[in-house]
Write a protein that binds this ligand. Sequence first.
Ligand SMILES: C[S@@+](CC[C@H](N)C(=O)[O-])C[C@H]1O[C@@H](n2cnc3c(N)ncnc32)[C@H](O)[C@@H]1O
Length: 270
Amino acid sequence: MKKLYNFLKFFLPVSIKRLFQKLFWFYHNHSLIHDFEKFKHGIYYGPITYSADGLVTCSNCDFIEEPNFAKAYAAAAATNPWPGFTLQWRVYTICWFANQAKLLEGDFVECGVNTGAYARAIIEYTNFNSLQKKFFLFDTFEGFVTDQVTEGEKAAGINKYATAYKDVYAQVRETFKDFNVQIVKGRVPETLTECQSEKICFLSIDMNAVVPEIAAITYFWPKLVKGAVIMLDDYGFPNHIHQKNAFDAFAQEQGLQVLSLPTGQGVLIK
Ligand SMILES: C[S@@+](CC[C@H](N)C(=O)[O-])C[C@H]1O[C@@H](n2cnc3c(N)ncnc32)[C@H](O)[C@@H]1O
């Protein structure tokens, strides 16, 4: 059908081509009646371009095909964080901000690394080895720390992460062996003093729980240079509301506000 259309489209008037494009979109994306209702009410402005990871949109996402990003995303996916890893928009967002932050003085830090999907994508996207910077990676590398979870977080279902991660330390060492990276194994916040850098320009926080995350931002805040980027991976997700509340309060104390993104990520600029 698509092949026939590709041949015929040179002879078809624009109005008929548009009709075909809409039919292909309906066929590929959703049930006809369901989407037609949404289209009619102006919820979609055009064909759905992205539907994954809690985000459905018709906004342009040509970045997925852009060679530098495609290479970075492939490197992230190759760390195999979980089967069916589909997180392009979140990975793109963190890569974009890291690429801005690299223009500042200072090093990169991630707290909550797991297999290193974000860090590996950032290294590829920013051509990290060409920068005079170090990337500090903090994790237990053997899973979530349940005794840091508050009662409120337990009620919100955060303890589900207790069984979500496996021991990935050997794998992570192998993944990053060719890069200017320091891997720090152990629990945050106890390990944070192992970061010897006094200037940080990029901090990614992704440990799924308030206690280590607020400890990390509090520890690094004085070391973050002006304009430094802080990425909060879980900020907008419903069962992570306690992290959102804690970071909103932290930002307010600094006279700042967290930018809430439709990917679920939050961004702070110092
Ligand atoms: C969502 S994963 C991180 C995903 C990662 N940012 C990526 O690029 O795929 C959360 C990680 O936080 C780690 N973690 C949770 N609490 C921690 C703590 N207190 N100290 C160190 N690591 C912790 C877990 O071991 C897990 O690997």
